[in-house]
Design a protein around this ligand. Structure first.
Ligand SMILES: [Zn+2]
Length: 169
């Protein structure tokens, strides 16, 4: 794994991923070999960060495709899941939110980010179900999670995927 070393008067080593590049800040006396080992030890974390910065920088063409996909998939799937679980919402909008996969307003309007289309289908289902559960519970209380669990018994797995892939939800 390639990286740039920035030397400074400091006592600790820090790692940063910026624009697809790994930067290691290190004290003057630390050997290159030690830094290589340090980077190697954090390979998993670095890979995750690299994937994240990649996800945040889609090309205009990719964005266009994902938005189109989202508009044809998410409203239909939401309707379907709402019907199955006896939920009623007011409206649905596809947004460009970067850090929120979905949201639910007090007026029962649902919002979903087109970026969801890059997640596995079960994860998309989980986000939809999460928002459908908010129609009844506008919080993350115990009753809220019980409701989510009733609609999707294995939701913990999908949540884990989201956490690992850059977003807590
Ligand atoms: Zn929520």
């Amino acid at each position: 794994m390639e990286f740039t070393i920035e030397r400074a008067f400091r006592k600790t080593i820090s790692l940063r991923v910026k624009d697809w590049h790994v930067v290691v800040k290190a004290p003057y006396f630390t050997s290159k070999r030690y830094l290589r080992e340090f980077v190697e030890k954090h390979r998993d974390w670095i890979t995750r960060q690299l994937e994240k910065s990649e996800a945040a920088q889609l090309s205009p063409r990719e964005v266009e495709i994902l938005k189109k996909e989202a508009k044809s998939y998410i409203p239909l799937r939401t309707e379907e899941l709402a019907r199955i679980h006896g939920k009623a919402y007011h409206g649905l909008r596809i947004t460009s939110a970067k850090t929120r996969w979905g949201s639910c307003s007090s007026k029962k309007n649902l919002n979903f980010s087109y970026r969801l289309m890059r997640c596995p289908k079960e994860v998309i289902d989980y986000v939809i179900i999460h928002e459908l559960a908010h129609l009844k519970h506008m919080n993350h209380s115990r009753s809220f999670w019980l409701e989510v669990g009733q609609m999707m018994p294995d939701y913990v797995q999908q949540r884990k995927w989201l956490k690992k892939n850059g977003n807590c939800y």
